[in-house]
Write a protein that binds this ligand. Structure first.
Ligand SMILES: *[C@@H]1O[C@H](CO)[C@@H](O)[C@H](O)[C@H]1NC(C)=O
Ligand SMILES: *[C@@H]1O[C@H](CO)[C@@H](O)[C@H](O)[C@H]1NC(C)=O
Ligand SMILES: *[C@@H]1O[C@H](CO)[C@@H](O)[C@H](O)[C@H]1NC(C)=O
Length: 418
C-alpha cells in the first residue's frame, strides 16, 4: 500500500517527463492462446479476468502507450458502398494488422474486378484477404454467416488480438495506430474487453416479438446466385421456439469489437452454433446473436463493455432520421457546409457512419482535423479529438463497475465528461 502511494506520487512528480505509469506494467502479451484452432483454453483465459477499478490517474495514457495489439478488420461491401472501399481500406490499413474484404455476390463482377485488381496491385496490401463472394441479405441470417466466414478466414491469416467489423459506409475518426494502442492498454486487456451495444432491457421483449416470433426465411440460404434470391420472406406462422427459448433474447447492435477468444468461441463452440441455429429463421439476427450469446454466457458476460465506439446519427436538431440513420455526407447546408460536421468534430468514438460519397470534402476534413491521416493535418484539432477519445474510453471503464451495462449505451453519446 505504502509502495503504491509512493509510486503514484513519484509518477505525478515525473508524469510530464517520463513514461511512468506504463513502466509499472508488463509489456503487452497477447490475450489468450496464440495457436489457432485449439478449443479448450477459453475457461482458463476467462477465469483470470480481473476487473480493477481504474481512474484517469492510474490508467495508461495514450501519449505514453507503447504496446500495440494486432487488429483484424472485416469490411463488408455492398453495391452502394463499393466506391468507398479503397479509401476506407487505406485509412484503416496498418502493415501489422489483417484485413478481410467481402464483396456481395449481387454486385456485378466487372465492378468488383476493378476494385480488387487495384487492391491486389498495391504491394502494401499483402495482409488484405479478399473473401470468396456470397449473397448477403440485409437483415437476414446470411449477414451473420458472412461475418462468421470472415472471422474463420481471418483466424487462418495470422495472429491478431482483436476483431472489428465494418461496413463500406463506415469511416475512421481515429488512426489505426491509436486503435492498436488503446486495445493493448492494461485496463482494456485485463477484462478481455468485448465492445458492443446492449440495448436497454425494456426493449428486449418487443424486439423478440417483432423479430423472432414469425418465421422469416433468408432466401440467400438456398445458395442461388441470382439477384432475386436474396431477401427475407416473413411467413404468417409463429415459430414453436418462441415460447421455448430458455436463453435470454437480448437486443443490441451488430457493430463489434471482439477479442480473438470471443471470435474463436463463436466459431468453435457447440453452444454458439446451437444459438445461431435457433435464430436462423428470424429477422435482424446480427443485432441479437452476438449480444445474446455473450450476455447469456456466465464468463463472457463480464467481458462486455457496452459500447460499439461508433457514431451514428439518428437525430438532428430534434428530428428523427426514421428507419435508417442520417447519411452524414448528404446533409449539406445552403452555404455548402456539412450540417453534421460540428457534431462529428465532437465525437469521442472510433468510427462514424454512414457515408455515401467517395472522397467527399467531409472525409478530407476528418483526415485533417480528427484522425490525423490527411495531407494538411491540424495538430491542435487532432490532439483535442484524441483527448476526447481517451476521456470517453476511461469514463466508460470508470462507470462499468457501478452501472448497469445496458444503461451506459444510452447515455454515453453526450454524457461523457470533458
Ligand atoms: C486506481 O485508483 C483508484 C482510486 O485511487 C483505486 O481505487 C484503484 O484501485 C486504482 N486501480 C488500480 C488498478 O490500481
Ligand atoms: C450478465 O450481467 C448483467 C449485468 O451485470 C446481469 O444483470 C446478468 O444477470 C448477467 N448474466 C449472466 C448470465 O451472468
Ligand atoms: C486548428 O484547430 C483548432 C482547434 O480546433 C482551431 O482553433 C484552429 O482554428 C484550427 N486551425 C486551422 C488553420 O484551421
Amino acid at each position: 500500500m505504502g509502495f503504491c502511494v509512493l509510486f503514484v506520487q513519484l509518477c505525478i512528480a515525473f508524469a510530464s517527463t517520463k513514461n511512468c505509469f506504463s513502466a509499472g506494467i508488463p509489456r503487452f502479451s497477447y490475450i489468450g492462446d496464440s495457436t489457432p484452432g485449439i478449443v479448450g483454453s477459453q475457461k482458463e483465459t476467462l477465469a483470470s479476468i480481473t476487473t480493477n477499478y481504474w481512474t484517469l490517474e492510474n490508467v495508461t495514457r495514450l501519449a505514453e502507450a507503447t504496446d500495440e495489439a494486432n487488429i483484424a478488420y472485416f469490411i463488408q461491401v455492398s453495391s452502394s458502398t463499393l466506391p468507398l472501399t479503397e479509401r476506407l481500406l487505406s485509412r484503416v490499413h496498418h502493415p501489422e494488422n489483417f484485413y478481410a474484404l467481402h464483396f456481395d455476390k449481387k454486385i456485378p463482377a466487372y465492378r468488383v474486378v476493378k476494385v480488387v485488381s487495384s487492391i491486389k496491385a498495391n504491394p502494401a496490401y499483402g495482409n488484405v484477404h479478399v473473401m470468396e463472394r456470397d449473397s448477403v441479405t440485409y437483415r437476414g441470417i446470411t449477414m451473420v454467416l458472412n461475418n462468421l466466414a470472415a472471422i474463420t478466414d481471418l483466424l487462418k491469416l495470422g495472429h491478431w488480438d482483436y476483431f472489428i467489423n465494418l461496413s463500406g459506409s463506415d469511416y475512421p475518426l481515429v488512426s489505426p495506430v491509436v486503435q492498436r494502442k488503446i486495445l493493448a492498454m492494461p485496463h482494456v486487456r485485463e477484462r478481455a474487453s468485448n465492445f458492443f451495444i446492449v440495448s436497454p432491457q425494456d426493449q428486449w421483449e418487443d424486439s423478440k416479438r417483432y423479430r423472432f416470433e414469425k418465421i422469416a426465411v433468408d432466401t440467400a440460404l438456398g445458395m442461388s446466385t441470382s439477384e432475386e434470391d436474396s431477401n427475407l420472406v416473413v411467413l404468417k406462422e409463429n415459430t414453436p421456439l418462441f415460447s421455448r427459448l430458455k436463453y435470454e433474447y437480448v437486443k443490441g447492435e451488430g457493430w463489434l469489437i471482439l477479442t480473438r477468444e470471443a471470435c474463436r468461441y463463436m466459431i468453435e463452440s457447440h453452444y454458439a452454433r446451437k444459438m445461431l441455429l435457433s435464430m436462423a429463421f428470424s429477422q435482424d439476427a446480427s443485432e441479437h446473436y452476438y449480444v445474446s450469446l455473450f450476455r447469456n454466457h456466465p464468463e463472457y458476460n463480464r467481458t462486455i463493455v457496452p459500447h460499439s465506439l461508433r457514431t451514428v446519427y439518428w437525430k438532428l436538431n430534434g428530428v428523427a432520421s426514421g428507419q435508417h440513420p442520417y447519411v452524414i455526407d448528404k446533409l449539406v447546408e445552403e452555404d455548402g457546409s456539412y450540417a453534421l460536421w460540428k457534431w462529428l468534430l465532437r465525437s469521442p468514438h472510433w468510427f462514424a457512419r454512414k457515408f455515401s460519397i467517395p472522397n467527399s470534402k467531409i472525409m478530407d476534413n476528418i483526415d485533417n482535423h480528427m484522425n490525423g491521416l490527411g495531407p494538411k493535418v491540424n495538430k491542435t484539432s487532432v490532439r483535442e479529438c484524441l483527448d476526447r477519445v481517451e476521456h470517453h474510453l476511461h469514463w466508460l471503464y470508470s462507470v462499468l463497475p457501478q452501472q448497469q451495462q445496458d444503461i451506459i449505451a444510452d447515455k454515453s453519446d453526450d454524457a461523457w465528461p470533458s
